[in-house]
Design a protein around this ligand. Sequence first.
Ligand code: ADP
Length: 543
Amino acid sequence: TKAKSNRTEIALPQDIGESAFHKAIEELRGHLGKEHVELVTKLDDGWYMENPNTHDGMHVVEEDSLVASAIVYPSSTEEVQKIVQWANKYRIPISPISIGRNYGYGAAAPRVRGAVVIDLGRRMNRILDINPDDCTCLVEPGVTYFALYEEIQARNYKHLWIDVPDIGGGSVLGNACDRGVGYTPYGDHWMIHSGMEIVLPTGEVIRTGMGALPGNNSWQLFPYGFGPTPDGLFSQSNLGIATKMGFGLMPNPGGYESYLYVFPKDEDLSQLIEIIRPLRIAMILENVAQLRHISMQVAVEGKPRSAYYNGKGRVPDHIIHEAAKKLSSGDCSWLYYGMAYGPPEIRKYKLDIIHKEFMKIPGARRIDPNTLSVDDYFWSRDRIASGVPDIEELRWVNWHPNGGHVAFSPVSPVRGADATALWDISRKYCQKFDLDLFPIFCVGLREMHLIVEIVFNRDDPVMRNNVRACIRAMIDDAAKLGYGEYRTHLAFMDQIAGTYNWNDNALMKFNEKIKDCLDPNGIMAPGKSGLWPARYRGRGWEM
Ligand code: ADP
C-alpha cells in the first residue's frame, strides 16, 4: 500500500529564511543544472524498489519529522565538491545517500529536518572497474548489488562472485559505509573493502590507502597504504562523502550446498550457540551463521498477522507453533540456515562435522532440500548465500498493513549465556509493549549480533510509540549488561552513542574534536551516529 501526502510548505533548514533558502537553491541550480535540484513538495512512501529519497518510507517517527528540503543529483566528484562548498557558504545541512534503501535504519531520511539530501546514486552509478585477475571491483555510490551481479554475468566472469545482504537493492558502497553484512564468506563488507575516494566537509578530495600514490596499481589490493589509515572515520560517519570505493570479490568456490537444521525448543538456544561458536571460528561453518526463530519463519510466508490472530499483545506461542506445523520445516523453535562451499569432497568433510554436532540437540532434524518446492524460502537463502541478489526477505514486512520495521541489534560473544540474556530482554519488552518479535542470531566470526526485527503499522501512532519505547528500553537494559548495538535507526542514534561512554565519554569527545576540525561549519549530516557538530550541540537536537 502506498501512503501519499502532498506538502505545500518546504521543510526549511534551521537558521535560514525562506527567501534566502530559495536564493541559495537557485545558485545551486546554476552549478548543477535546474533539473538536478528538486524541492521536496510531496512525500510518497513508495516501496522498496521505488524508494523515496525525501524521507524514511518506513518511518517509526512522524512521517513529516525527518524530511529533506531538497534533493540534489550530482554527476561527478567535482559536482559533489561544488555542493559541499555551496553548503558551507550558506550553512545548509547536507545528507548523502547512495540509493537510500537503508530500510530499518532511516532509509533516505536526513537526521535533521530540512537538510538537503545528496542523492549520489541516480547519476553516479558507474562500475569503474572489475578486475577478473585480481578479483576486485571499484564502484560509484549508485551501483546496486543487482547491477554489479548483472554486469559480472554480462561479462561472463563465471569465476567471480559478489556478496549480497538479505535484500539486494542497496548500494554496494553505501552498505559497506554503514557496515552492513552479507552471507558468503566475504560477508563483512567493511573488512573486504580496499580504497575510498572521499569528499571532505570543506570540499577537498582524498583517496585512502594506495590511492594516495599517483600512478599506483594496487588501490583495490592493499587497503592500508602508508601512515595512519583514516578509512574507519568514514564508516557510519558524517565526516565525508564517499564517491568511489573498492572491494575484493570472492572467487567462485567450485560448488556450494545449502543446508537447514531445525531444533524443537526455545530452550535449545543456549546449547546451540555453544555448538556454533567453535565451528564458526574454525570456519567449518563458513558464512555468517543465521539462527532464526520460528516466529520469523511463519512471518516470511508473507501472510499478515491477522491471518493467524486478531487479539491484542504478542501472538501467543501456541498459535505460532500451530501455524508452523503447516510449513515445510514443520514445527520447531529455531532454524539454522547455512551453506558449505567448494567441490563435493570438500563440502562433505565439513557437512559431516556439522551434522554430527547439530544432531546432539535432542529432536534436531535436517531438512532435505529435495523435499522443498522451488518457491520455498530455503531457496532465497540459497541464492543469498551464493551471492545472488534477492528481495524475498521483505515478505515478513507484510505482517502489519502499511508495514515498517526497525531492529534492536546488540553485539555479544557467541555464548549460550549471552544469547539467553539478550533473548530474555527482547521477550520481556516485546511482551510489555504488545509487539511481536522476529529474532535472528547472526554469528559473524567471534561475535554475534542478535537482530530483533519489529514490524509495525506505520499509520498507527500508538504502535509506533510502543515500538520506540520498546527499543529504547531494550537498548538501556542491554547496555547495563555490557551489550551495545552495531547499527541503528536515526531515531536511536543518540541513545546508542550515549551507551558507548567509557571514561567519561572519551570516545565521543574524540569524535567531536575530529568533527569540529573537519567540518567547522557543521554542514555534513549533523547528528548521524549521534555525532553533532559544535553549532548543534546542547541545543536540544538529540532524541
Ligand atoms: P542503501 O545502500 O541500503 O540504499 P543508503 O544509500 O541509504 O543505503 O546508505 C546508508 C547510509 O550510509 C546513509 O544513510 C548514509 O549515512 C551512509 N552513506 C551512504 N552512501 C554514502 C556515501 N556515498 N558517503 C557517505 N555516507 C554514505
